[in-house]
Design a protein around this ligand. Structure first.
Ligand code: ADP
Ligand code: MG
Length: 260
C-alpha cells in the first residue's frame, strides 16, 4: 500500500461542550480516492474539518508525514485543497474571481495573477463546465452552478491532496459523471482525493470507503470488500442492500419490513 497522504489520529473532537468524534485512527494512502460515508450527523464533516486543520481536535493529523501545524501556511494551502459543505461567502464575487481565490497560495503577496494563474483558472472552469459562468456573480447562480464554481476553485489550487465535503450537492447526473471522471483523472495523476459522500452509489465507486457511525470509524476498506458492505449495511440500520450490477456495486434502500 502507498505511504499515507494523510494520517489522522484523533482521540476526540468537540463542538462546544459536545463530543463529536471518538478515537478515530485513519490512514489514507496517497494516490487513491477514499469516500467517507455514514448516516446524517455521524460526524463526517467534523472529521473532514479536523483533517483539514479547520477544527481543533485532541490528537494529531499528519499531511505527507508532517504534522499540519508544522507546515508553512502557504505551502500547506498549496498542498491541501478544501471544499466545505454549504460554504457561504464571496456572494458579490464573479465566478472567475472565486476560482482565482484557489490560486492565492501560489501568488506573491499583493502581486497580480500571473499567466500561469490565469491558465489554471481557465482549465479549472473548463473541467467543471462553467466557463460560461465566469462573469456571473456567485449570488446569481443556481445551487448546482455555484457548486461547480466552488469545485473549480478547489481544482485551481492544483493540490496533491483534495478534501471535499458533499461535492455532489446540487449537481445533476451529467455533472456528477463529470465529477467522477475528474476525480479518476486526478487520482490517475497521483493526487489523493478524500470526499464525504451521501450518494452511496458514488461512494461505492471510490477505491476505499471509510464508514463513520456515531463519531467512530467503524470500518475502512476497499469498495468491493464484503466487510465494507457489511459495515455500510450495519451503519444504515440494515436499511440498504448492496448488489453487483454491470460491474459496479449498487446500494438500494430497503423497506423497513425487509430490514434484518
Ligand atoms: P455529518 O457530516 O456526518 O452529517 P457533522 O459532522 O456535521 O455530521 O455533525 C456531527 C454532529 O455534530 C451532529 O450531531 C451535529 O448535530 C453536531 N454539530 C455539527 N455542527 C454543530 C454545531 N455548530 N453546533 C452544535 N452541534 C453541531
Ligand atoms: Mg456533513
Amino acid at each position: 500500500m502507498n505511504a499515507p497522504a494523510l494520517q489522522a489520529r484523533i482521540a476526540a473532537a468537540h463542538i462546544g461542550a459536545r463530543r463529536i468524534l471518538h478515537g478515530i485512527d485513519l490512514a489514507l494512502p496517497a494516490g487513491r480516492w477514499t469516500a467517507i460515508v455514514g448516516p446524517n450527523g455521524a460526524g463526517k464533516s467534523t472529521l473532514l474539518r479536523c483533517i483539514a486543520g479547520l477544527l481543533p481536535c485532541e490528537g494529531q493529523v499528519l499531511l505527507l508525514g508532517r504534522a499540519l501545524a508544522d507546515w508553512p501556511a502557504r505551502e500547506r494551502a498549496r498542498t491541501l485543497a478544501w471544499l466545505g459543505q454549504q460554504e457561504a461567502g464571496g456572494e458579490d464575487l464573479r465566478a472567475s474571481d472565486v476560482v482565482m481565490l484557489g490560486r492565492l497560495p501560489h501568488r506573491a503577496w499583493l502581486a497580480a495573477p500571473t499567466a500561469a494563474d490565469h491558465v489554471a483558472v481557465d482549465a479549472a472552469l473548463a473541467t467543471m463546465q462553467c466557463r460560461e459562468l465566469r462573469a456571473r456573480r456567485l449570488a446569481e447562480l443556481s445551487g448546482g452552478e455555484r457548486q461547480r464554481v466552488l469545485l473549480a476553485r478547489l481544482l485551481a489550487v492544483q493540490a496533491k491532496v483534495l478534501l471535499m465535503d458533499e461535492p455532489l450537492a446540487h449537481l445533476d447526473p451529467p455533472h456528477q459523471a463529470d465529477w467522477l471522471a475528474t476525480v479518476r483523472a486526478l487520482v490517475a495523476g497521483g493526487a489523493t482525493v478524500v470526499s464525504v459522500l451521501h450518494e452511496l452509489n458514488m461512494a461505492l465507486q471510490a477505491d476505499d470507503v471509510a464508514v463513520i457511525d456515531q463519531g467512530r470509524l467503524v470500518h475502512h476498506g476497499a469498495n468491493g470488500d464484503a466487510r465494507t458492505h457489511h459495515a455500510l449495511q450495519a451503519a444504515f440500520g440494515g436499511r440498504i442492500a448492496i448488489h453487483p450490477v454491470q460491474g459496479q456495486w449498487i446500494a438500494l434502500p430497503q423497506e423497513a419490513s425487509h430490514a434484518n
